[in-house]
Design a binder for this molecule. Structure first.
Ligand SMILES: Nc1nc2c(ncn2[C@@H]2O[C@H](COP(=O)(O)OP(=O)(O)O)[C@@H](O)[C@H]2O)c(=O)[nH]1
Ligand SMILES: [Mg+2]
Length: 287
């Protein structure tokens, strides 16, 4: 279990021992409420302030789970659903990219009373998560295709699920997830409600622990090879591949220019030396 701790807004601890999780999902789907409950060890509060920009919720790890003597902690990057695809969202994602190797997992939230918020998962994965994976491959040198990040899908506001429609709703959610993820057996989702979160926290706790310890065999891993909507996927995949290639070409061009300057300088120096040696001699002979 993870030890209870604090909730920090717009603030991050500076330590190499942070384990980062990105919390994605549409505005008002319950991201902040979920993470707030989790960081307060299930003590639900009914009203959380609306996220303006990005909230970073911090939770400490228990002593036995720390990888060293330093203060290990978890950071949940909860970026407002309204801004995540805009310029401001880019700023927060760029900040996250700076320490991209400490990104341990992604929690995608949807509102079970609004199925559209689940369907938007494609956009979040294709436009944001693949971008982060691309950055990671550029920073760490890992193969773009081989990078996978654990993904947890969470349906919030379970208390609003009415008994009569619950069965149909779960069927619709399953159908949609199966069509998006091509019946991948590892794809799982959890339901949560901030009204009875303490009894449900184990699912989220287990996911976080597995991501941190690298015990990912039972988790769903999302990466460039994951089939999502084959058409869009192919388009985005090609776009990213081209961007990687163009970055390589830029690097190669820079390398060639530096080498050319180097050889040009060497060549000119040789000519000068040669001329410098020859000229006095010629003058002597002429005289
Ligand atoms: N009934 C119910 N309402 C919830 C639940 N979680 C969040 N809410 C409400 O949904 C609204 C948006 O929640 P918030 O956490 O700010 O969503 P965010 O914009 O995704 O961060 C708030 O009014 C919350 O009180 C839940 O589990 N059940
Ligand atoms: Mg919020």
């Amino acid at each position: 279990m993870i030890k209870g701790s604090s909730h920090v807004t717009n603030k991050t601890k500076c330590s190499s021992k942070s384990h980062k999780f990105l919390v994605l999902g549409d505005s008002q789907c319950g991201k902040t409420s979920l993470i707030d409950c989790f960081c307060r060890d299930g003590t639900s509060i009914q009203k959380v302030p609306q996220t303006v920009g990005c909230d970073i919720h911090v939770k400490e790890l228990q002593d036995q789970q720390k990888t060293s003597d330093s203060d290990d902690f978890i950071e949940f990057w909860d970026i407002s659903g309204e801004i995540v695809f805009g310029e401001m969202g880019r700023v927060y994602l760029k900040a996250l990219e700076k320490d991209i190797s400490s990104l341990k997992g992604i929690i995608f939230c949807f509102d079970i009373t609004n199925i559209k918020s689940l369907l938007h998962i494609r956009k979040y994965l294709e436009e944001l998560v693949l971008e982060l994976i691309l950055q990671r491959s550029l920073v760490t040198g890992e193969q773009f295709d081989d990078i996978n990040i654990p993904l947890l899908i969470v349906g919030n506001k379970q208390d609003l699920l009415e008994e009569e429609t619950e069965f149909n709703k779960i069927g619709t959610i399953n159908d949609n997830l199966n069509s998006i993820f091509d019946h991948n057996p590892k794809i799982k989702y959890l339901f949560f409600s901030n009204k009875w979160f303490s009894s449900q926290s184990k699912g989220l706790d287990d996911f976080v622990q597995d991501c941190i310890s690298g015990n990912t065999s039972n988790l769903f891993m999302y990466g460039p090879k994951q089939e999502l909507y084959p058409h869009d996927r192919f388009k985005n995949y090609t776009k990213r591949k081209l961007s990687l290639i163009s970055k390589d070409i830029k690097k190669a061009r820079l390398y060639i220019s530096v080498k050319m300057i180097h050889y040009y300088t060497l060549f000119t120096a040789l000519i000068c030396t040669f001329k410098g040696n020859e000229d006095p001699q010629m003058h002597v002979n002429q005289r």
